[in-house]
Design a protein around this ligand. Structure first.
Ligand code: ATP
Ligand code: MG
Length: 207
């Protein structure tokens, strides 16, 4: 597709470590396609997540392949290897600037869970990020909707950004729980897509 045509799309970008991707992540993307009327969502796995620099994370190629498997059923869900290719700490602000300046995207919605939104101003260039894109936020059951709603309003009022808080509450799933379960030999069916589950076992991840 010609790069110029990207400008007309309402596009979602979801960043994260995705170690591994689970049904909570795809749930945010699927709800955002409907509730925020997005045309597509690009999953953008981080090479190194700024807040997880001291932690062991699965190889980028494994995390990327699991994302491909988790999104194979829906053409509107894409995966980008751009942050992985940079081979440096991944700052969302740099990624969004790249998409705007080099890929010609105009209407970008950054997708995140409510735990991330509550920390957004502490991100590198967080305040600038709040000025250059809009946000779609999925409520994680670990946060209280009223508090998240108030923080979303404060951020919108302060930075003039649009923040869509999804109506649907997201699933109580985290990658941490999945890694723990796999290492303890407990089942993870219903937490990740069956293809991702198969990939984790076939490649002996998280044991
Ligand atoms: P970890 O437990 O390793 O931190 P995680 O499940 O939080 O993993 P991340 O890769 O850290 O996943 O998160 C990427 C993005 O997805 C973040 O914005 C996070 O808030 C969001 N997210 C993760 N799980 C959920 C969920 N169950 N519901 C809604 N958003 C989620
Ligand atoms: Mg997390």
């Amino acid at each position: 597709m010609a790069k110029g045509s990207e400008s007309k799309k309402r596009i979602g970008v979801m960043g994260g470590t995705f170690d591994p991707v689970h049904l909570g992540h795809t749930g945010v993307a699927e709800a955002a396609l409907i509730e925020a009327e997005l045309d597509e969502v690009i999953f953008m796995p981080a090479y190194i997540q700024p807040f997880k620099q001291d932690r062991y994370v699965a190889d980028g190629s494994d995390r990327f392949k699991m994302l491909e498997l988790a999104t194979i059923h829906d053409d509107r869900l894409k995966v980008s290897s751009w942050e992985l290719e940079q081979e440096t700490v991944s700052y969302t602000y740099d990624t969004i600037c790249h998409l705007i300046e080099e890929e010609n995207y105009k209407d970008i919605f950054f997708l995140m869970g409510s735990d991330s939104m509550m920390q957004l101003e502490r991100w590198m260039h967080g305040e600038d990020l709040l000025k250059i894109c809009n946000f779609v936020v999925g409520l994680r059951p670990t946060n209280v909707r009223k508090q998240v709603k108030e923080e979303a309003k404060r951020l919108s009022d302060t930075y003039g950004t649009k923040i869509v808080l999804l109506e649907k509450t997201m699933l109580p799933i985290s990658s941490t729980i999945i890694r723990e379960k796999v290492s303890e030999g407990q089942p993870i069916a219903g937490l990740v897509s069956p293809l991702v589950e198969e990939y984790i076992y076939a490649n002996e991840l998280y044991i």
